[in-house]
Write a new protein. Structure first.
Length: 295
């Protein structure tokens, strides 16, 4: 995912205003590790470890009550960086710097002290988290900075850039056939459309070709192509959009795979048959689908 906008500059102003000593004595940055492009490191710290994942869920801390950290689940592009602090830096100094920087970037902040945090695995220290849309960025981000120990201690930076999971594993013709023979229908999530439109995106070609192969293997089959949406928007608009998307899939198969039009019917069901709750990005993604039904 391309990072649109950053708030490193805001953090840099807050951090460097306080100054710090040279890098943590006797250590160097982990080879190949890099700072997150949106978050400046505290001066004098050493990047000791780095974990980057295309997609991950994370318990993001939003409050601390009676020594227990309250979290909410977020997901998206995930980064975890571990830094060693210089001897002259305290957790109070560092977390307050990040708190100021998060606020300057337009994030809602939360803090905790001496609470056990499931993400970092220690029960002493201080943490500050920020969530929202940083200045100049469209999508939400969730940032956690946690610090344990004082001079020469360890700190952890977590960044989750909210986004839907990219579907990388699709069904092939054999898997589609097996599911249809078992239940009479199969849900397809590898066909993508421009947002709010019935225009099929180029990355859908592989899945569409698998549907064509399915029909080629089973010359006597007729399929109904059903379009489904999430519940965002007006039900009437969703119904129309789902019909147009089902028609677009049929038209692609007829034009590009030479499937006889008489073998394909279409139907739009809008948001009337969800397979998951619509309260989360993951649930809405599951509801936005095409289904093939044997007729």
């Amino acid at each position: 995912m391309k990072v649109a906008g950053c708030f490193a500059a805001s953090i840099a102003v807050a951090l460097f205003a306080n100054g710090a000593s040279a890098q943590a004595e006797g250590h160097e940055d982990m080879q190949g590790a890099k700072d997150h492009p949106m978050v400046e490191r505290f001066p004098g710290t050493v990047l000791d470890d780095a974990v980057n994942r295309d997609f991950e869920e994370f318990g993001f801390p939003v409050a601390e009550e009676d020594g227990e950290v309250k979290t909410k689940q977020v997901e998206g592009r995930f980064t975890h960086l571990t830094y060693l602090l210089p001897q002259t830096a305290s957790c109070t100094q560092v977390t307050r710097n990040y708190e100021k920087a998060f606020k300057a970037a337009g994030l809602e902040t939360h803090r905790g002290v001496n609470g056990p945090h499931p993400a970092v695995g220690w029960n002493v220290g201080k943490w500050i988290s920020g969530e929202g849309k940083p200045n100049g960025r469209k999508g939400d981000i969730y940032v956690l900075y946690a610090c344990a120990g004082e001079g020469g201690g360890v700190s952890d930076l977590y960044v989750v850039e909210a986004e839907e999971m990219e579907q990388k594993v699709g069904l092939d013709a054999s898997a589609m056939q097996a599911e249809i023979e078992k239940s009479g229908h199969v849900a397809i999530h590898g066909i993508n459309f421009d947002t709010g439109k019935a225009t099929i995106t180029a990355d859908s070609a592989t899945t569409l070709q698998q549907i064509a192969d399915l029909l080629s293997r089973n010359g006597g089959w007729k399929l109904r192509i059903e379009g489904h949406t999430d519940d965002v928007g007006k039900p009437k608009d969703n119904l129309m959009l789902s019909r147009k998307r089902a028609d677009a899939v049929r038209d692609w198969l007829v034009a590009n795979a030479k499937v006889a039009a008489v073998r394909l019917e279409t139907k739009g069901l809008g948001d009337t048959k969800p397979v998951a709750e619509n309260e989360s990005d993951d649930g809405r993604a599951k509801n936005r689908r095409v289904e093939l039904v044997k007729i």
